[in-house]
Design a protein around this ligand. Sequence first.
Ligand SMILES: [Ca+2]
Length: 275
Amino acid sequence: MRLLIIFLSISIFISCNGKNNRKVDELKIQDNNLSRNIKEKSENLIEKNTIVVINKFPHDVNAFTQGLFFHKGFLYESTGQKGQSSLRKVEIETGKIIKKIDLAPDIFAEGAVLVNNKIYQISWLNKKCFVYDLNSFNLIKTFDYHGEGWGLTYTGSELVMSDGSNILRFINPENFQTIRLLPVTDMNFNPVNYLNELEFINGEIWANVWQSDNIIRIDTASGIIKGIIDCSILRTYIRYNTNTDVLNGIAYDPEGKRLFLTGKNWNFLFEVEIK
Ligand SMILES: [Ca+2]
């Protein structure tokens, strides 16, 4: 009798447990479906665009573009690589270099931006930001900072610096002290790494994502991506050689509403429109 009770108890337990397992499995499937739906819906909230090429202009194939900005009809470009780093003022239509300074051979220059008639140019591993007079390119001062320097832009009150991670640093241009850090994520709060050259456009931060053909549009308050711009079509225009590297270089002309893009050692600078 006792054995029968034990057997029945075990049978009932196994039966209930089986049902529970099925319920757990069903809940897991429902949960997975819900997660997928939320993910799909949130991804749909990110605007997806491509570009149309309006113009293409000559670009120095020896310019390993790391920083690019527009000012009063000219482009200003920071080029990288040790022994080849420079700061240039370039005529857009011809690609002609109007003014250029070469940096010390141990400096690997990165992003550059204009702040009140001064050009700020950061460096990759040298932990130095150089500040020049806009017109003369004379060095005014240098700042030291921690970590790597990749891209640089200016909001009108703060510098924004990328370092290859998903963290953007907001910096006081007066003393180069960090004011705040902004982690950049997708809608599901996954980090978006490899943020490179930057441009502040209509209140958003636009960033080249290193080794991709995408530029992302970042909300400056939340750090969440608002849009992805697929620029892969530019690859069909450029002439490849052994030095041709990735898309990197965003410059915006706010008055003419013109957007310029290029890449490291690319033979063209493109004027594009968002589609
Ligand atoms: Ca830029």
